[in-house]
Design a protein around this ligand. Structure first.
Ligand SMILES: NC(=O)c1ccc[n+]([C@@H]2O[C@H](COP(=O)([O-])OP(=O)(O)OC[C@H]3O[C@@H](n4cnc5c(N)ncnc54)[C@H](OP(=O)(O)O)[C@@H]3O)[C@@H](O)[C@H]2O)c1
Length: 259
């Protein structure tokens, strides 16, 4: 195999939530593989910090302040991307939230709406818009960052798990609809990963949660953000050119989850 198929030279990759956590790791990895990068998130300071890291790798980076659940913000993101970069070859829908950690029956309506609007509707709105651009360009790759919670729901993240199951289904539907336009759509499903999102849960009880998850994971630990890079690059690059409609689980071999 020609290993250059893993390269992303001449490609433009747009990554929501690219300023921190898993999105940042993917953005840096894609830049290292030769892509120019667009990152979108709400807070300017962290966007700027990650943007500097990307440009220090010798790639162009556009950082756009964006609320990824809002149509106008997403339209602005696409407009700026097209104006600055001229194309979108790879879309990574990654920004997601879980504002309330509690059983489903205790979940407030605002929290349901916040989760569904960003995690599910946000992915829908952005992938729909970008797919039209990719269709015009003759192809592209869409990656949804989902979660193993989509099929192994955990205590306290019930509504989030429902949104993630929706993302996985949406990716599969889009894959079947868009294959004819040379657009591949896949889901990367991380297991528990050390990021700001999981920090509160992993901190409690001297990381009892981390110990429990690690015990039930073949690799004996939770993931670091860099553990997601190889799988993301495989899905984004020509190395994965015949892979579509799939969910690639990167969870270190989780046996069962605590419930
Ligand atoms: N960490 C895990 O254990 C884990 C496991 C499975 C799946 N995942 C999935 O992996 C993805 C990334 O999670 P993570 O753990 O890396 O999260 P994280 O560390 O909390 O980072 C979230 C990123 O999304 C951005 N973001 C949040 N809300 C946004 C909004 N409304 N609009 C635009 N950007 C927004 C954040 O920046 P701003 O705050 O500045 O907006 C940040 O860049 C998510 O889809 C998550 O569901 C995570």
């Amino acid at each position: 195999m020609n290993l250059d198929r893993f390269r992303l030279d001449q490609k433009v990759a747009l990554i929501t939530g690219g300023s921190r956590g898993i999105g940042r790791a993917i953005a840096l990895c894609f830049a290292g593989a030769g892509a120019d990068i667009v990152i979108a998130a709400r807070k300017q300071e962290q966007l700027d910090a990650t943007s500097s890291e990307i440009t220090s790798l010798g790639r162009r980076c556009l950082a756009v302040t964006t609320h990824a659940a809002k149509v106008e913000a997403l339209d602005n993101l696409i407009e700026k991307t097209m104006k600055e970069m001229g194309r979108i070859d790879i879309l990574v829908c990654n920004a997601a939230t879980n504002p309330q950690n509690c059983p489903v029956i205790e979940t407030d309506e605002w929290a349901w709406d916040a989760v569904m609007n960003l995690n599910l509707k946000g992915y829908f709105l952005l992938s729909q818009r970008v797919a039209k651009i990719m269709k015009e360009q003759g192809g592209g790759v869409i990656i949804f960052v989902g979660s193993t919670n989509a099929f192994q729901p955990n205590r306290g993240v019930g509504v989030y798990s429902v949104s993630k199951a929706g993302e996985h289904a949406l990716a599969q539907v889009l894959a079947y609809e868009l294959g004819q336009f040379n657009i591949r759509v896949n889901t990367l499903a991380p297991g528990a990963t050390r990021t700001d999102m999981t920090q509160p849960a992993l901190k409690t009880g001297e990381s009892m949660m981390e110990k429990e998850i690690s015990k039930r994971t073949a690799m004996g630990r939770i993931a670091e953000t860099e553990d997601m890079e190889g799988a993301a690059l495989f899905l984004a690059s020509d190395a994965g050119r015949f892979v579509t409609g799939q969910t690639l689980v990167v969870d270190g071999g989780a046996v069962t989850y605590i419930y």
